[in-house]
Design a binder for this molecule. Structure first.
Ligand SMILES: C=CC1=C(C)c2cc3[nH]c(cc4nc(cc5[nH]c(cc1n2)c(C)c5CCC(=O)O)C(CCC(=O)O)=C4C)c(C)c3C=C
Ligand SMILES: [Fe+2]
Ligand SMILES: [Fe+2]
Length: 355
């Protein structure tokens, strides 16, 4: 008996940020140039951006960043890339042959164009685009959406296109991170919990402000409502509340902070480094850190949070600092993505945990 296969109807494009092809300075420079020349990432006029990126950031930062990339590089390459490649295979297996899953990177390789070629001319009825960023930012999910629309816009037949903006509210996503956190909590009685997110220039938050100029004023991100539900900072605070509730962490026992500031402009606050000093001022000796703006371990989690911030904490006399690893290829994360796809197809989703 021959096995029947279904004609795929839905394409699922998952997209992560991108990473250099190798941890050598020329490849890191090439990556930084492509990444930072994106007008949604460094959102200043073209000539100013060109000069800043090509004459200041790329030449001076590339050798320093290359040294850090060498630390994070494994036998299979950059973790951000190989976890995304594994995720493509696992999600395909989870969704079955009615779907074609394809993975691309916004910068460098595999490019979104290469990833879309796997979905082109396959008679697909729809494509669901899932940028692998839980919270929406113009610099990440927005940039992926723009690139996908630009490329698919050139196709002869354009299928239904669904663009996922964020998924921080997805109960399985929250549960997936909580499941990891519970293991660490069971091992050690941490005094404090830190939810540290990638930062953004304040300017980019103001540009998307729908609250009539209230964004970034006192307490504007403390609750999520109609006027700030697309604000990256408000979404990060909401993610932290969901996680803290799931893990039974009282509000006074956790702090939200933002890392990885680039340049001199103000970025969203509080800065992670300042928070670490404040925690030590209060004589907090042990911290469990989560990085819930990333779904795969990378330079920003393993090195920046796991090593550099640990050193700052220990240098100030802190004793126990641990980073909860990212979702990587955790089964519940694959289930999360499957549930996102089903949700966008209006298919019933298996019973989900509550948040
Ligand atoms: C959560 C998602 C991310 C947001 C938001 C984001 C904004 C943002 N980033 C830069 C500059 C850099 N980011 C770098 C690395 C990097 N950034 C993200 C995610 C977000 N960035 C990831 C996943 C990574 C790691 C990639 C990896 O290969 O491991 C870097 C390069 C590293 C370095 O030199 O420090 C830069 C530079 C800006 C300017 C920005 C907002 C506008
Ligand atoms: Fe970044
Ligand atoms: Fe806000």
């Amino acid at each position: 008996m021959t096995k029947t296969t279904n004609q795929p109807k839905t394409g699922v494009l998952i997209v992560n940020l991108g990473t250099p092809d190798s941890p050598n300075t020329p490849d890191v420079r090439k990556y930084l140039r492509e990444f930072l020349m994106d007008a949604r990432v460094i959102d200043i006029p073209f000539m100013a951006r060109f000069a800043l990126v090509n004459f200041i950031i790329a030449p001076f930062r590339a050798p320093k960043s290359a040294k850090i990339y060498q630390k994070v590089w494994e036998e299979r390459g950059s973790p951000l890339k190989f976890y995304s490649q594994d995720l493509e295979v696992l999600l395909q297996a989870a969704l079955g042959d009615e779907y074609i899953v394809s993975m691309g990177m916004r910068y460098q390789s595999p490019s979104i164009e290469q990833a879309l070629s796997k979905l082109k001319d396959k008679g697909l009825e729809q494509i669901i685009v899932v940028p692998l960023f839980p919270q929406y930012a113009s610099a990440t999910s927005g940039s992926v959406h723009e690139k996908v629309m630009q490329l698919i816009g050139q196709w002869q037949i354009i299928p239904d296109l669904k663009l996922v903006s964020s998924f921080f509210e997805n109960p399985l996503f929250v549960e997936a991170f909580a499941e990891l956190g519970r293991r660490y909590k069971a091992e050690y009685n941490y005094e404090h919990y830190l939810f540290t997110y990638h930062g953004l220039p304040e300017r980019q938050i103001h540009k998307g402000d729908m609250s009539g100029g209230k964004c970034l004023t006192n307490g504007c991100c403390d609750t999520l409502h109609a006027k700030n539900k697309l604000c990256y900072r408000a979404q990060c605070f909401a993610t932290s509340r969901f996680l803290a509730e799931k893990l039974g962490i009282a509000p006074e026992n956790y702090t939200v902070s933002f890392q990885s500031r680039l340049g001199k402009d103000p970025w969203i606050q509080p800065y992670t480094e300042d928070v670490i000093h404040q925690l030590r001022d209060k004589n907090i000796k042990s911290v469990l850190a989560f990085s819930p703006s990333f779904v795969a371990d990378c330079l920003e989690t393993t090195i920046e949070v796991g090593e550099e911030y640990r050193e700052v904490f220990e240098h100030r006399g802190g004793e126990h600092w641990r980073l909860v690893e990212s979702l990587n290829v955790q089964p519940l994360w694959v289930e999360t993505l499957k549930s996102i796809v089903f949700q966008y197809e209006n298919k019933p989703v298996a019973a989900q945990p509550t948040i």
